[in-house]
Design a binder for this molecule. Structure first.
Ligand code: ADP
Length: 383
């Protein structure tokens, strides 16, 4: 049971009416406040809580109907009863439209006043209960949606975790087998170097996978308000090319770079570096002969970069899958036996962070073009 007494405000310019209402209502246990004009009534409504308001329709200054409008805007559940000297159809229609609950024509008796107040308070209780019910239903719906979303994320995360474990077990298992064979005396002395080389390669692959997974996890967890600074894109590209040159030369490939303009981009330098490193590294690894050409340009406030190779290319039906974690095309596995399958997912994630786009154009046996378009001022920087 609600033990807090209902609070009622009487707004009327006639003192006799205000005091008459007070005398009738207080003995019934109601808390009664009074105001002698509309502005004072509104001030009280904004400052304290009322369940029901009795308002005179005709008052100098702010009229009862104007006050009604303000009160309903402030709290639509407050019950407003309009006291009228004479009730016209027009007034009744306007007051009802503004949300008046009932009318009390003057003069009225205490019993008539109490009856209409009691009905109003019953209505108030129903309205509050309905609102509470609606809020509870909305909250339950909200919670259910959040729970479903979490369950979906959990399922995706668990699946991804299984894939990771599976992929990491592979090189770790090979390393253990090789070591067991060597320690068990199953490897001839002249095979030791070959085994050590394999161990080195597999340990390297394992570390590359862990590094790539860490980088990918950091990118996915990156906050949208992370600090970005102006980066000279051409400088980053030239630095990446310098680190890649020896790998290209070792395969007898040409590695050329065309810098058509020198754009500045709001970014994290490490992201641009990683993006080009993965793309150029792939281009070199998947190109048996010919070369790699890297282009940088700025067009309409966008950084445009292409990494073009004359390599093995990618089959059409595999193009949509190369950005999936751990996916490696069949032809790629034949060309380069070990890889992480995480380079392109990293590139994809970086492009997403900056609100950019990546297009791939490839012909098996002829080569591939990876085209990246990034806004020079990414949306995240505007925020
Ligand atoms: P990884 O190179 O370690 O396999 P990536 O995520 O970098 O992993 O690439 C995924 C796959 O996309 C590669 O295995 C290969 O099939 C394909 N790929 C990426 N870049 C090229 C390229 N320049 N030429 C041909 N295939 C490519």
């Amino acid at each position: 049971m609600d033990t807090i007494p209902a609070s009622i405000l009487v707004v009327d310019d006639e003192i006799g009416m205000r005091e008459g209402c007070r005398r009738a209502l207080v003995p019934q246990g109601f808390q009664v406040s009074t105001a002698e004009h509309g502005a004072e009534g509104l001030r009280q409504v904004r400052q304290q809580h009322f369940d029901l308001i009795l308002v005179d329709a005709m008052m100098p200054g702010m009229s009862g109907l104007e006050l009604l409008e303000h009160i309903r805007a402030h709290d639509p559940e407050i019950i407003c009863i309009v006291i009228t000297g004479y009730a016209t159809v027009d007034l009744a229609a306007r007051a009802t439209k503004l949300g008046a609950y009932d009318f009390l024509p003057k003069p009225f008796t205490s019993d008539e006043l109490l009856a209409v107040v009691q009905q109003g308070l019953d209505e108030r209780r129903r309205r509050l209960e309905a609102r509470e019910q609606q809020e509870r239903a909305e909250e339950a719906l909200h919670l259910e949606r959040a729970r479903q979303e979490m369950a979906k994320l959990d399922a995706i995360e668990s699946r991804f975790m299984l894939v990771i474990v599976h992929e990491l077990r592979n090189p770790a298992g090979v390393i253990k087998n090789y070591l067991q064979m060597m320690r068990g005396g199953y490897v001839d002395a002249d095979e030791w170097d070959e085994y050590l080389e394999q161990l080195d390669l597999r340990a390297g692959q394992l570390l590359d996978m862990l590094d790539d997974l860490l980088e990918l996890a950091n990118l996915k967890a990156m906050r949208s308000d992370s600090k970005l600074a102006p980066v000279a894109a051409a400088n980053v590209l030239e630095a990446v090319i310098r680190t890649m040159r020896s790998a290209a030369e070792a395969k007898g490939l040409t590695l050329e770079v065309q810098i058509r303009s020198k754009p500045t981009m709001l970014a994290q330098r490490g992201h641009l570096q990683s993006l080009w490193t993965h793309l150029i590294d792939n281009a070199i690894r998947y190109t048996p002969s010919g070369g790699v050409n890297v282009l940088l340009d700025e067009q309409d406030g966008q950084i445009v970069s292409e990494v073009v190779d004359t390599g093995i290319g990618i089959a059409n039906d595999e193009l949509s899958r190369i950005f999936q974690e751990f996916y490696r095309a069949e032809a790629a596995k034949e060309e380069v036996s070990l890889g992480t399958g995480l380079g392109l997912p990293i590139v994809d994630q970086i492009v997403k962070i900056y609100g950019g786009r990546i297009d791939v154009d490839s012909t098996p046996g002829q080569g591939s073009t990876f085209r990246i378009i990034l806004p020079a001022r990414p949306p995240s920087a505007e925020a």
